[in-house]
Write a protein that binds this ligand. Structure first.
Ligand SMILES: [Zn+2]
Length: 83
């Protein structure tokens, strides 16, 4: 997800630990995990949209509790924002 929002102050807080993720000129200084789920009819949350953010430490704690580890692949190219 694009984390650069021009002329707009963005404040993202980790839902797990409550830590504010620092941003400078609209660019987050830390990477975060963003969860987004639109629940469907065959759930107990009919059409609810859930969103949350996790700092890297809380993401690591969450995936450490998984029975099956996350699949990890490497991206070939990383785009850095230009000033
Ligand atoms: Zn956190």
């Amino acid at each position: 997800m694009d984390k650069i929002i021009k002329n707009k102050k963005i404040t993202i807080t980790c839902n797990m630990c409550g830590k504010d993720i620092k941003s400078h000129r609209g660019i987050l200084m830390e990477d975060i995990f963003e969860g987004h789920k639109e629940w469907g009819y065959f759930s107990n949350k009919d059409l609810e949209v859930h969103k949350f953010a996790l700092c890297e430490a809380c993401y690591d704690n969450m995936i450490r509790s998984f029975k099956i580890p996350v699949s990890v692949t490497e991206k070939i190219e990383v785009m850095y924002p230009m000033d």
